[in-house]
Write a protein that binds this ligand. Structure first.
Ligand SMILES: [Zn+2]
Length: 336
């Protein structure tokens, strides 16, 4: 009799340990959605199957192939997706933490826009690893991007984000603030002797903190920016953790120099690693990292809940252990 108890319990422990999801515990799944923002409001009419079209975008394919009106190889007219407005992607697993990745505030800065599309593909293919909610605006100004222009209707969008009637002001008001985003990364390129930089909003502790960590993780130089009207300073004024990331572009517009999109992409990954929204390799995540990370206690609460032994697989496992102990107890008793 006791031998049977021991065998059954060893078998059960094996099953519950190996198959972590036997009782349906684990991630609840990530919803992926996107819509087009047309400067006056949200248009939620986009079809999720179109994400396959976005996945065709990369640094080689360049902008006109998917996003803009063009003629295909047979001479047929193809309507570009960006004619609907600015694409905004949302990866939603749970409420917190909430982050946004913005690229293309200056339309002609292609490396960060290509990096943002690459990020969308990565997040889409690794939905299960996402925590909280991530927004990505890969090309915040499609019209300027198509025309290889930095400015938009004669103004620099990254100096007027504190004015709600501008498109960068719309992004701050209608996306960042309305969607209760806590972390804001605005990704750019620039002409400079330094290859990678991270700018913090000068005098705002949350902005300085996140900027220092990301600069450190990506070997980017850390700088303070006092410029009013940037997306970063405007968001810092709303008490958010915001920063501007830059990669050097050699003063080239409309093309992507080698590695520039990769550097920008790495800055994005370092950012989402810091916020705990997307940790690419959990083995890299040592305990001091977790200590330094996000201002939100909800993230850590989540992992504490999963570790609680009575929930999910914990109970069957405890039951098996009980059987095992009972089996040994009977065995011991019989031997006396
Ligand atoms: Zn820029």
């Amino acid at each position: 009799m006791y031998k049977r108890f021991i065998l059954i319990s060893i078998f059960l422990i094996f099953v519950f340990t190996v198959n972590d999801n036997v009782f349906g515990v684990g991630s609840t799944g990530t919803d992926v959605s996107f819509w087009f923002y047309n400067w006056t409001g949200f248009d939620t009419g986009a079809n999720i199957s179109q994400i396959e079209d976005f996945k065709k975008f990369n640094s080689e394919g360049l902008l006109t192939q998917v996003l803009f009106d063009h003629y295909d190889s047979n001479g047929n007219f193809v309507k570009g997706l960006a004619s609907n407005g600015t694409p905004i992607f949302k990866f939603n697993n749970s409420d917190e933490p909430r982050s946004i990745v913005i690229a293309g505030t200056h339309g002609n800065e292609y490396p960060s826009e290509a990096a943002a599309f690459k990020l969308i593909n990565t997040l889409y293919e690794n939905k299960d690893k996402i925590k909280g909610t991530i927004y990505v605006i890969p090309m915040s100004n499609p019209k300027a991007a198509l025309e290889v222009q930095r400015e938009y209707f004669g103004y620099d969008p990254n100096r007027v984000a504190n004015n709600s009637s501008t498109f960068s002001g719309h992004i701050v008001n209608e996306v960042v603030l309305k969607e209760n985003v806590s972390y804001v990364g605005d990704f750019h390129t620039m002409y400079d002797t330094r290859l990678k930089l991270i700018f913090a909003a000068s005098g705002y502790p949350k902005s300085e903190k996140i900027s220092k960590v990301i600069a450190d993780k990506t070997n980017s130089e850390y700088y303070l920016s006092p410029n009013k009207g940037t997306i970063t300073v405007t968001c810092a004024e709303h008490n958010l953790s915001s920063f501007t990331a830059e990669v050097e572009d050699g003063n080239n517009y409309g093309i992507i120099l080698p590695n520039r999109d990769q550097w920008s992409y790495e800055q994005m990954l370092a950012y989402l690693d810091y916020t705990n929204n997307y940790v690419e390799d959990s083995n890299d995540n040592n305990s001091s990292d977790i200590e330094d990370n996000s201002d939100s206690s909800d993230v850590r609460q989540d992992s504490v809940n999963n570790a609680f032994p009575i929930s999910g697989t914990g109970f069957p496992l405890l039951f098996s252990l009980f059987l095992l102990i009972y089996g040994f107890y009977s065995w011991n008793k019989n031997n006396k």
